[in-house]
Design a protein around this ligand. Structure first.
Ligand code: L34
Length: 296
């Protein structure tokens, strides 16, 4: 039997509705939540994702701005922009879209974002808090994967989750989140990466496979157990002459074949991507309320 398709757009809409209700309450109290996004260069993926983020924000009553800087921007210039946003009380959330051009150190810039405004949950402070089980702004894609699992009836508690990929953006924080002794956690987590011998031997034993590799269609049907849940975090633009843009978006999973075998699967587009954007709104709400763990 073919897999159930997990509808990321529908789950994201649910979350946006919930966040919007709370934004309305904040605004009635005189707080006007604001999100500042910094985009360096014109990577077509980044331009599209950032446009989606700010459009979603405006739609639910979060003020937003996108600061666009040229590809040749220096690290010093970018740090100056981030410093200005940190200091400006108009902006509750500050996000620097990745990747950054090669002359800039991503880790230096990310670490410069004020932890209380780090709605991407990528600063060392927030990642550290997440791993320690303390209140934190949680990075958007991992948090989105967790919400997608929970809201599609696939609670990871007690399950074996095999994550393919060890990036700071997805693999590592997702492992921290799903192993946490907390609702939405309690999974047994294995991380596979480029140093893993025979990734399929691990993924075939998984209840839940998360593909966050960054390589188109890398997870094939022979790598998944029948009935398992497959979450595709990949966003790869591959050439396609039949498209007006000359490219199309595919995930890290060989969708057509894996969907014949898995129990449930997320599509690309329309899977994890919309959740990444929705969790950014949720984090901006938390930041505007005074941070995670604050009492309202
Ligand atoms: N700092 N950099 C920072 N934070 C992030 O959370 C990200 N990420 C990743 C890349 N760089 C980042 C994103 O925003 C990936 N990502 C992201 C965000 C949104 C979407 C995809 C990736 C998305 O909206 N995807 C849509 C399709 C959009 C399209 O067609 O271009 C989808 O349905 O999957």
């Amino acid at each position: 039997m073919p897999a159930t398709i997990i509808d990321g757009n529908a789950v994201a809409q649910q979350i946006r509705d919930e966040v919007r209700r709370e934004i309305d309450v904040l605004r009635a109290r005189g707080i006007d939540p604001g999100l500042a996004v910094v985009l360096v260069g014109d990577n077509p993926g980044s331009v599209s994702y950032v446009r989606g983020k700010t459009r979603d924000a405006e739609e639910i009553g979060i003020r937003s701005t996108t600061i666009r800087l040229p590809e040749r921007t220096t690290q010093e210039e970018l740090l100056h922009v981030v410093g200005g946003l940190n200091a400006d009380p108009k902006w509750h959330g500050v996000l620097v879209q990745l990747p950054l051009p090669p002359q800039i150190s991503e880790s230096t810039v990310i670490a410069a974002v004020s932890p209380g405004k780090d709605v991407d949950g990528l600063t060392p402070v927030n990642v550290g808090r997440l791993f320690r089980g303390e209140p934190a702004l949680i990075s958007c894609t991992p948090h989105g994967v967790q919400e997608l699992l929970m809201r599609s009836g696939n609670d990871p508690a007690g399950k074996h989750v095999v994550i393919c990929g060890r990036s700071n953006l997805v693999g590592k924080p997702l492992a921290g989140l799903l192993m946490q002794k907390a609702p939405g956690g309690n999974a047994t987590v294995t991380i596979c990466h480029t140093g893993t011998r025979d990734i399929g031997a691990f993924t075939r034993r998984a209840d839940i496979v998360v593909a966050a590799i960054g390589r188109p269609q890398a997870v094939t049907a022979d790598m998944v157990r029948a009935g398992s849940v497959v979450i595709d975090v990949g966003v790869n633009r591959i050439p396609d002459a039949t498209k007006k843009s000359g490219a199309r978006l595919v995930g890290d999973v060989d969708f057509d074949a894996v969907a014949q075998k898995a129990g449930a699967i997320t599509p690309v587009p329309g899977g994890v991507g919309p959740l990444t954007r929705a969790m950014l709104l949720a984090n901006t709400l938390i930041a505007a309320k005074g941070g995670p763990g604050s009492v309202d």
